[in-house]
Design a protein around this ligand. Structure first.
Ligand SMILES: CC(=O)SCCNC(=O)CCNC(=O)[C@H](O)C(C)(C)COP(=O)(O)OP(=O)(O)OC[C@H]1O[C@@H](n2cnc3c(N)ncnc32)[C@H](O)[C@@H]1OP(=O)(O)O
Length: 502
């Protein structure tokens, strides 16, 4: 076993497009896979497993598309221990294959229905065939963590001798403990370059990946966001940050990780848990007063590493646990000055909202501050009317707004009624005040088709940005109200009139 701090660099194989896509319900289009592959390449992923050519013509079209992108990353296809799978991968123009052969007794005998000896012979033949056809070859012993280790060594040793570029220890069902990972990978690393493929069924995927590296593995398989079969594969961003922060070991480009995580969450439809390491919404957000106060005194007080390292920004949130320092800092951001007494009153009102289980947005805070300081102001932008229509034809919406007393009506189409209504509101507002919608998300507060939903949006205008939420049983109304409220806040201190000269 080697010290991780002596390792220097580790390669990554990203299997988001193969094992990640095997997560139930996920199906990526050729465009999705091409976009994700380009981003993985930009993040300096060494190998991209683009899919399984054996799956069907649609998948082959997708893999061919990725293989044709001329990426720096090596592009591979998953193949079973069947020559036809290799031929199909060759048809896709990939650089290499991940040849998966059974390794445990149950996979050899029950699943594939062969014998251990025949399995070794078949593997050798297929490796030679693939190498003869110019492919980079990695041989994966499927269910390797439950295999007899002597047999796994015999099988993968034979693959190495037949010309495989590398072999892979696969904890296919996420069964291994760290000591089992250490034992297996240590033995296999005597045979040649070894990869490690871990799953998170026991919550040990990152630990087992790190132990594998200490045991001699120099390439880690995983997916972004840890998506994959069952409990998922190891999350590459977690391995990358643990290597970087804990041991100074280089792998992928961490600054690309957050954009990549969001791209994959959007395209797969698997949302990021707020508390997910590295890429979760809360990973760099501080709400409790003691943490916020400490963070304002020193950024690193409650963070292991700065958010910029992974392409993110720190956020201070307000809620039930807020303290004076956090509330004062939030008011400062909006250039609101208050006395000590007013601050105390604002803090207790923020806590009251938090006690009701609500997130306290910028708009809530500023409304409270207006009330407490007695600086209540007239609204500049108001929603007067909204109509949205959707059916079998193109969704259409019209909005009627009052902007500095002037009535504006606009209509627009969109991919759905919410999109159409937001587009109409955006057009109505863009005449005089150009703002950008930075973030939009919806939470259902109650169950059922009449559920109350809360739409939270973030909008920016120049250097100012504001987070606003609106709740309604009609999602379109909640969305447009949030957008209009955000705009009203953003222009609150603007001295210019918003009414166009025409
Ligand atoms: C650990 C992993 O992630 S494994 C990867 C999982 N990925 C996939 O399954 C890719 C998508 N799969 C598919 O589209 C289909 O399953 C196909 C096209 C591959 C095969 O479809 P079918 O021919 O209908 O077979 P089916 O799915 O019912 O069964 C799988 C077959 O693969 C065989 N097989 C499974 N693993 C291996 C292997 N490592 N080497 C050789 N053969 C294998 C099984 O023995 C079974 O063959 P059998 O029908 O002769 O018993």
């Amino acid at each position: 076993m080697r010290a991780l701090s002596d390792v220097g660099e580790v390669q990554f194989l990203d299997t988001t497009l193969r094992d990640g896509e095997q997560a139930p319900g996920v199906s990526l289009t050729p465009d999705d896979k091409a976009d994700i592959a380009r981003s993985l390449d930009a993040a300096r992923i060494d190998v991209i497993e683009a899919g399984s050519a054996c799956t069907g013509p649609g998948e082959r079209e997708t893999i061919s598309r990725v293989a044709g992108l001329d990426l720096d990353s090596t592009v591979t296809s998953f193949c079973r221990g069947i020559q036809n799978d290799i031929d199909l991968a060759l048809d896709c123009g990939v650089d290499g294959i991940n040849l998966v052969v059974p390794a445990s007794d149950k996979h050899v005998e029950q699943k594939v229905g062969t014998s251990k000896t025949e399995n070794v012979d078949n593997t050798v033949e297929l490796v030679e065939y693939a190498v003869d056809h110019g492919l980079w070859v990695e041989v994966i012993g499927e269910d390797g963590s439950r295999a007899d280790l002597d047999y796994l060594e015999e099988l993968l040793g034979a693959a190495t001798e037949a010309g495989a570029d590398r072999i892979c220890w696969a904890d296919t069902v996420g069964h291994a403990t760290p000591d089992r990972a250490l034992e297996c990978v240590s033995r296999l690393s005597d045979l040649g370059p070894v990869s490690t493929h871990t799953h998170d069924d026991l919550g040990l995927a990152v630990t087992n990946a790190l132990v594998s590296i200490a045991a001699g593995a120099d390439l880690v398989h995983g997916t972004i966001n840890g998506i994959g079969e069952r409990a998922g594969n190891v999350a590459l961003e977690e391995v990358a940050i643990a290597l970087d922060h804990g041991y100074g070991v280089e792998s992928m480009d961490l600054t690309e990780v957050y954009d990549l995580a969001q791209l994959i969450a959007n395209r797969t439809g698997i949302p990021l848990a707020p508390n997910k390491a590295v890429v979760g919404e809360n990973a760099f957000t501080h709400e409790s007063g003691i943490h916020t106060d400490g963070t304002l005194k020193d950024d690193s007080m409650y963070e292991p590493y700065p958010p910029e390292k992974v392409g993110r920004e720190r956020r201070l949130a307000l809620g039930k646990h807020a303290g004076r320092a956090g509330v004062e800092a939030a008011l400062d951001e909006h250039d609101v000055e208050v006395t000590e007494d007013q601050l105390s009153e604002i803090v207790s009102r923020v806590k009251e909202i938090g006690d009701r289980g609500k997130r306290v947005t910028d708009a809530d805070l500023l409304t409270i501050a207006d009330e407490v300081t007695g600086d209540a102001r007239d609204r500049r932008v108001e929603l007067l009317g909204l109509t949205a229509v959707s059916g079998s034809d193109t969704p259409t919406a019209s909005v009627r707004l009052s902007v500095d007393g002037e009535e504006r009506k606009e209509a627009a189409v969109g991919s759905g009624p919410v999109d159409a209504a937001m587009n109409a509101a955006e057009v109505a507002l863009s005449h005089t005040a150009d703002a950008t919608l930075e973030d939009y998300h919806v939470d259902a507060i109650t169950g059922g088709t009449d559920a109350l939903v809360t739409v939270e949006i973030e909008m920016s205008r120049g250097d100012d940005h504001v987070v606003v939420s609106a709740s309604d049983s009609d999602i379109t109304r909640a969305s447009v109200r949030a957008m209009v409220d955000a705009m009203d806040r953003l222009v609150a201190d603007d001295e210019e009139t918003l009414v166009a000269d025409d």
